[in-house]
Design a protein around this ligand. Structure first.
Ligand SMILES: [Zn+2]
Length: 173
């Protein structure tokens, strides 16, 4: 699946070359600082709904490139999910569990605990992992060559303690 945006994995640069001493790891607070400060600016200029959509689209772009560059899409579905689970742990993104998997109807429920984006956030009553919705969509779209809708239905910020994402196929396929 080709992205409609100009972002490429190579835009991330050679981190080992550039950070020989500080290395490839950082604190989660930096990730969240970028995400939530950027989100506040997007909300100010575009409103909440549009800001969430923009973050979700960023996630889609990321998911497509992530799938292309990090994941082996030649694996069967179960092996692909096992690989994705391993990679998400290795990159300290979160612990993925598949709660429901109906490959024939393209319906899945994914649960991510210790999620990078929201674990430990104040409970505000609305889901905040818009980027992750897009990220999972980008991965699923790329791997299964379909047009998925991914919706977060539970989030730490809704009191869920985990993020739960429901994925289904769009009628616009
Ligand atoms: Zn969440």
């Amino acid at each position: 699946m080709e992205s409609l945006f100009d972002f490429k994995w190579s835009d991330l640069g050679d981190i080992e070359l550039g950070r020989p001493n500080l290395g490839n790891s950082t604190n989660v607070v930096n990730y969240r600082l970028l995400q939530y400060s950027l989100m506040s600016v997007l909300k100010k200029y575009y409103g909440n709904k549009k800001a969430k959509q923009l973050l979700r689209e960023g996630g889609i772009v990321a998911g497509i490139e992530f799938c292309k560059n990090i994941l082996n899409i030649d694996l069967c579905f179960n092996e692909f999910i096992a690989q994705l689970t391993d990679v998400l742990i290795k990159l300290r993104i979160g612990n993925l569990r598949v709660e429901k998997s109906d490959l024939s109807n393209y319906e899945f429920t994914f649960v991510i605990s210790e999620d990078l984006d929201c674990s430990g956030l104040p409970i505000k009553g609305n889901t905040v992992c818009d980027y992750d919705e897009g990220f999972l969509k980008g991965i699923l779209d790329s791997y299964l060559n379909k047009n998925f809708i991914v919706e977060e239905v539970d989030c730490w910020s809704t009191g869920g303690r985990v993020c739960r994402f429901e994925a289904r196929i769009s009628n616009e396929n």
